[in-house]
Write a protein that binds this ligand. Structure first.
Ligand SMILES: [Zn+2]
Length: 447
């Protein structure tokens, strides 16, 4: 393809594409009939017309994913995939100050559902691809763009399906997707977090049994609700040991805190105590990065005011750390329940944590390219407490990181409250920075 000249500044182009993606309203409510990502696949395929080879996969009607492949000239060179999901979570319109699907631009911010999760990156990756192709870029290693469906409902009709059924189309050495790249201030300059791993889920149902009786005579009854209350209390008060993981250690070291703080943050004996004095948001996050967490979240039980209940069903959201097995989590839960462990029925679903190493060519490439775009910055690894499609690719053997690049106008605290929240918006400077980043990494790693 002959080189086509595009404006040096990608801001207008990436803003336009993001607005169109937001207006497509690919809302995923968890049902197979929702999402209808085909609309954004059509949009992106049109935007990338003439760039590489296109393949569209549709495991369910309307649930399309688009793969765009720029084949590398050297089969021994590494392959890199930029992956963005096209679906978004539902909104509660009452909580929004603007139309969540209007994609208004106000004071340099694009408003709308998906502005930070993650149509911003899906758009900037596509624009980077377009710009690379139009500049005549011929990669040595294969470069793949995946606009994927159904991320917001565990990837069943998206990443998981593609790896099960069309593995050759999407398998690669390196994957970049959400989330990371926020500027965290440190004494040594801004630190950009790279998500190198994601905690696992060990969602558990606990059935507490009792003996039915009349509510008018509670003396010496075996009340399942009373036992369930004790089960919930024990789980809520349980304090599993602190675990200092490689990603946590590298994060703390990279932040360049003073020696005393660093020592406390890396001490499995002292860290939990130190969290007490930190602001709640930071303390919650750091606690989750260094502990298996247990949150009782659902209780169903009882039928009538005058009936002693004989059954209560509880649900507990348990999150595991990289390296922990289902058996490890089960042992911790038994420890929490003590003598009640044998009195209840426990059923768990284990979806283990995933993580990629920090010392990789992809890390080095991100470090080089982001330092050029964000002066004085350096990378720090981080562990995500939720899940993304990256887990499927890590399990398939790829190195998967969550990254992007964000300006100082979008600090980490703002991002976390907007994620699946109200008034989601992203600044245009961040959109341009991410576009430049993807372009630079592609040239650096597979160029
Ligand atoms: Zn997302």
């Amino acid at each position: 393809m002959a080189a086509v000249s595009r404006p040096e500044d990608p801001t207008a182009e990436v803003t336009d594409l993001l607005q169109l993606l937001i207006r497509n309203q690919c809302v995923n409510d968890g049902t197979v009939a929702s999402g209808r990502e085909t609309r954004s696949v059509d949009l992106l395929a049109g935007f990338l017309a003439g760039v590489g080879d296109h393949d569209v996969y549709e495991p369910q009607p309307g649930r399309q994913s688009l793969v765009v492949r720029m084949e590398g000239s050297d089969p021994t060179a590494p392959t890199l995939m930029l992956m963005g999901h096209t679906d978004v979570v539902p909104v509660n319109v009452d909580g929004w100050s603007r139309d969540p699907f209007g994609a208004d631009v106000v004071d340099g911010f694009v408003w709308g559902r998906g502005a930070v999760d993650m149509l911003n990156l899906t758009a900037s990756q596509a624009v980077a691809f377009r710009r690379l192709a139009d500049s005549g870029f011929r990669p040595r290693g294969t470069l793949i763009y995946l606009a994927v469906a159904d991320e917001e409902a565990l990837g069943r009709w998206g990443a998981e399906w593609l790896l099960q059924h069309e593995r050759d189309a999407v398998i690669d050495d390196y994957v970049l997707t959400e989330t990371g790249g926020f500027q965290i201030p440190s004494p040594a300059g801004p630190r950009l977090s790279v998500v190198v791993g994601e905690k696992g889920t060990y969602w558990t149902k606990i059935r507490v049994k009792g003996t039915p009786g009349h509510g008018s005579q509670p003396y010496r009854t075996d009340n399942a609700l009373v036992t369930a209350a004790e089960v919930v209390r024990r789980i809520a008060e349980y304090r599993p040991a602190t675990q200092i993981h490689e990603s946590w250690r590298r994060f703390v070291e990279g932040m360049h805190y003073d020696a005393e703080t660093t020592e406390v943050l890396l001490s499995s004996d002292d860290l939990a105590g130190a969290l007490v004095d930190l602001p709640t948001g930071v303390a919650r996050h750091w606690h989750a990065c260094t502990h298996t967490t247990f949150a009782p979240t659902v209780a169903h039980g009882g039928t009538k005011t005058n009936v002693i209940p004989d059954r209560v069903d509880l649900e507990v959201d348990i999150r595991t750390l990289p390296g922990q097995t289902g058996a490890d989590a089960a042992a911790l839960l038994r420890d929490a329940l003590g003598d009640l462990a044998d009195a209840v029925e426990i059923e768990s679903n284990d979806d283990p944590a995933t993580s990629s190493p920090v010392d990789t060519p992809l890390w080095d490439s991100l470090a080089r390219t982001s330092a050029r775009l964000c002066e004085g910055s350096a990378l720090v690894p981080s562990l995500m407490v939720g899940g993304t499609d990256n887990r499927f690719f890590r399990r398939a053997g790829a190195v998967g990181y969550g990254f992007g690049l964000f300006s100082k106008r979008l600090p980490y605290e703002d991002f976390t409250t907007m994620f699946h929240g109200n008034d989601e918006k992203v600044d245009q400077e961040s959109l341009a920075l991410s576009t430049r980043l993807w372009e630079a990494v592609a040239r650096d790693l597979v160029g």
